[in-house]
Design a protein. Sequence first.
Lengths: 114, 112
Amino acid sequence: DTAVSQTPKYLVTQMGNDKSIKCEQNLGHDTMYWYKQDSKKFLKIMFSYNNKELIINETVPNRFSPKSPDKAHLNLHINSLELGDSAVYFCASSQAGTGGSPLHFGNGTRLTVT
Amino acid sequence: EDKVVQSPLSLVVHEGDTVTLNCSYEVTNFRSLLWYKQEKKAPTFLFMLTSSGIEKKSGRLSSILDKKELFSILNITATQTGDSAVYLCALYSGGSNYKLTFGKGTLLTVNP
């Protein structure tokens, strides 16, 4: 069974459109994340939610809006897509605790904006 | 701002070689350092290090942390073509357990 699953795997769309990516985890973790990975493989955190509460918002344009309906789900909605939004978006989850705990990643959503 | 610097950025070796990947960091309040392997899809967890000088080992892979000199190394012995991947170093730091900061990775290519 997939632990962290995100859909869709691929998303090709035109500039100016609005799109959503969904993420679900069945690990019972308290914390979920969105990371963006650019063409050079650099992973940068975008958002983090702990028990449905926004914990981290890393200077992401407000065209990006995360939503966590419950602690097993964290969705990402992107308005007015731009060429620079093209990247692979990874959802991840972890169990919060002192010292941190490993993140478990989904397989990524490759977003291409034309 | 926390910094995680990995070197080399890329490395090409032959099967059977031993490689050492480096990760140095600057943080305000260190909590733990993690290593991940990324092939085509999701990064997969390798090791988590919190204490200096204690080696973590899994098969041909091992890692150690030096909190005084602020670095970690990941060793891979008797490399195989299946070890070809991007290896990512990441850091938990500061007051929050919720933010993992990644380095830019080392691309390892193992040729037959």
